[in-house]
Design a protein around this ligand. Structure first.
Ligand code: GLN
Length: 209
């Protein structure tokens, strides 16, 4: 993009070589707007995803927090499970946060070899914050906001644990998919969304080879 370009963030038709990544955010329910705001801040285009048609041509995908039961019903209603699975298993960089992490597990979309335990921190710990060191994230620790958060109760060997609390994994990576039990989008944290955009660059580079 040239310095004087005032193109609105959401228009298409950009010239070749001027590649603004298009990131889809599942927008059936939950905290999709906070993700959209962070993405816009770091220079990505946002597309709200509500139907399978919205998935075409996405460079990356975010499954936000909210209520995993409500989102699961919405995914079934809109016939989104198959297309989402196909997109993610096809290598599209994906970030799931909180309920979004639950959607990725064995019992839901089944794209990650792990089992998320809903509301795992218990009623007393309805919501809390913690500082997490996450490999690949430079600078101060990540301020993680947990809201009725899950943790990872079980996982297979392909899952890389990036951070844990009290011995329970709360940030993991499996290939192109990053799953977080917390909400980076609620603390002004942009580095995990930037990491998602780096996955796109890495994927494009490996395809070009
Ligand atoms: N407790 C919610 C669920 O189980 C997740 C909460 C969240 O996304 N903040 O779906």
């Amino acid at each position: 993009m040239s310095p004087g370009d005032t193109r609105p963030a959401s228009t298409g038709g950009r010239p070749a070589g001027d590649k603004v990544p298009v990131v889809g955010v599942l927008a059936l329910q939950g905290g999709f707007e906070a993700h959209a705001k962070i993405l816009t801040t770091i220079g990505a285009d946002v597309r709200e995803v509500r139907t399978p048609q919205d998935l075409g041509g996405l460079d990356a995908l975010i499954l936000p927090g909210g209520e995993s039961t409500t989102m699961t019903l919405g995914i079934a209603r809109e016939h989104l499970a198959g297309p989402l699975r196909e997109l993610i298993e096809g290598g599209t960089p994906t970030l799931g946060t909180c309920a979004g992490m639950i959607l990725l597990d064995r019992d839901h979309l089944g794209v990650l070899d792990m089992e998320a335990r809903r509301n795992a921190f218990g009623r007393q710990l309805h919501s809390f914050e913690a500082d997490l060191e996450i490999p690949g994230i430079e600078g101060p620790p990540v301020r993680a906001v947990f809201i009725r958060a899950p943790w990872i109760a079980d996982h297979g060997p392909d899952v890389e644990v990036l951070a844990a609390l009290d011995g329970h994994p709360v940030a993991i990576r499996q290939g192109n998919v990053l799953a977080l039990a917390f909400h980076p989008e609620l603390s002004g944290e942009t580095r995990l969304h930037r990491l998602l955009l780096e996955y796109i660059t890495a994927r494009d580079a490996s395809r070009a080879r």
